[in-house]
Design a protein around this ligand. Sequence first.
Ligand SMILES: [Zn+2]
Length: 155
Amino acid sequence: MRECQAGLDEPLEKRLEIHIKSLQCFQKGTKGYRHIRAYDVMTNSKQWHAKILERYPCKDERELHLRETHWIVNTPNVVNRHVPLHTPEGKKSARKQTKKKYDDAHREEKRARQNQKFGCHCGGRFTMANRRQHWRSGRHNSFVATLKKMSRVEV
Ligand SMILES: [Zn+2]
């Protein structure tokens, strides 16, 4: 598998030096993990190398980030997690994917929470999933009405 990292706004050698020093600090335990995907590639693959994909003259930072985004979006197995310029559609899609991943990972917890049963003061029982249906039921509403009547009598 080939993995790529896009985006260089500094010389490649300096960028690599930062990654290698950070990895060494991370391995010693003196630094937390910042570039974890790059660490994974550097430690798990013996034959990694870095190269400049393109020399792209640009007039400002936005143009640089646009090009970086192009490479990140269009390169398979890219290491970069941060996409500098998301389009609104890209952001929406990324959010959707994140939500789907979360939902997939927590599906059983959610199902268990939805099926958890509760007892109501009216004597009825309901699951978390149908609690609103219970609150609209005749049994619950007549109980609430009785409570209201009793509270008027007491006052
Ligand atoms: Zn009730």
